[in-house]
Write a protein that binds this ligand. Structure first.
Ligand SMILES: *Cc1c(COP(=O)(O)O)cnc(C)c1O
Length: 325
């Protein structure tokens, strides 16, 4: 609330400018732009780097495939060329197999996308070498590489790799502040100066240019100062939750696959919506991602005690359901 503010779209908001410079520097890029959401970051990158009809290569469970309201098709006219990968990741060989050169009959690959960490893939981590190899493959095909870093800082903490190392070789990269970093609003997209200049055109066109956005940016800067190292606590809590759930009957989960702060599990039987509703009545909120598949997330409002309370709530739901049957 006390942040210094100005007109963001005139480049006059000092709190926004400071955040953008800091994130550009963190990601090893020339320039950056503050955005209201991560979806806008993904979609601006696709809009600026691709032309209608181009192929964008990504993993089948990607956020751009499932949760951006069809924007790649609606706003940029691209074709998503999806790969069935491993927990949201894919290999150079898999990418090479679907990449193609444009001909009179087929579109060409213009972009490859990677999520670090993967979302629906389960918070899985890409190895730095694999990301590097994919950016090299993209460039060898005269295509661009885009890094969806909604949870990049989780990977930074989990793997002890600098954000600029992960973003190296990517033509566009962004981080989200309203996920585990715990700020109320915002993401920052970074890239070359020309890329960001062009992104500004569409940010304005799409209604994302702001005014006194410094109050939001200041919260993001606060998150970078105070909420990065503690992501390790979220990872430990997620593992603790997964281990607790693995002890319960009727839940399918492998705690060894919980690398960061996302915990996916399946019901051996029953309906995920009913299960989620029952959990909610015990004060635990989870999301439904399939007929029997659910997702729990740990974050800065969740303590170790909350995890133990959550496991107890799961236990109550499971045993009260089996009693009534
Ligand atoms: C949340 C998320 C986004 C979108 O971010 P919003 O800030 O919610 O628009 C994009 N990609 C991934 C992998 C995400 O998890």
């Amino acid at each position: 609330m006390e942040a210094e503010v100005g007109d963001e779209q005139m480049g006059e908001d000092p709190s926004v400018n400071a955040l953008c410079e800091r994130v550009a520097d963190m990601l090893g890029k020339e320039s950056a732009v503050f955005l209201p959401s991560g979806c806008m970051a993904n979609e601006l990158a696709i809009k600026v780097l691709c032309r209608p009809g181009d192929d964008v290569v990504c993993e089948r469970s990607s956020h751009i495939v499932h949760y951006e309201a069809g924007a790649p098709a609606a706003l940029s006219g691209v074709t998503l060329m999806t790969i069935d990968g491993d927990r949201g990741r894919y290999s150079v060989e898999q990418a090479r197999a679907v990449m193609r050169k444009a001909s009179f009959a087929s579109p060409g690959t213009r972009m490859i996308c990677c999520e670090q960490t993967t979302n629906i893939g389960g918070g899985a981590l890409w190895e730095l070498d694999d990301l590097r190899a994919l950016t090299e493959l993209a460039h060898a095909h005269a295509a661009f590489a885009h890094l969806d870093g909604a949870r990049l800082m989780n990977a930074v903490v989990a793997q002890d790799v600098a954000p600029s190392e992960f973003a190296y070789g990517f033509d566009s990269a962004w981080i989200d502040f309203s996920k585990g970093l715990g700020a109320p609003v915002g993401s920052v997209l970074a890239g070359s100066r020309d890329f960001i200049d062009e992104a500004w055109f569409y940010k304005k066109q799409w209604g994302g240019a702001m005014r006194q956005a410094g109050i939001l940016a200041a919260a993001c800067s606060f998150a970078l100062d105070h909420h990065v190292d503690r992501l390790a606590d979220d990872h430990a809590n997620a593992r603790r939750l997964a281990e607790g759930l693995a002890e319960l009957p009727g839940l399918l989960i492998d705690p060894s696959l919980v690398d960061t702060n996302l915990v996916f599990f399946e019901l051996a039987e029953g309906d995920a919506n009913a299960f989620a509703a029952a959990l909610q009545s015990h004060g635990v909120r989870v999301s439904v991602v399939g007929p029997r598949r659910l997702r729990a997330v740990t974050h800065l409002d969740i303590s170790v005690d909350d995890i133990d309370a959550a496991v107890a709530a799961f236990e109550q739901v499971i045993f009260s359901t089996s009693d009534s049957e």
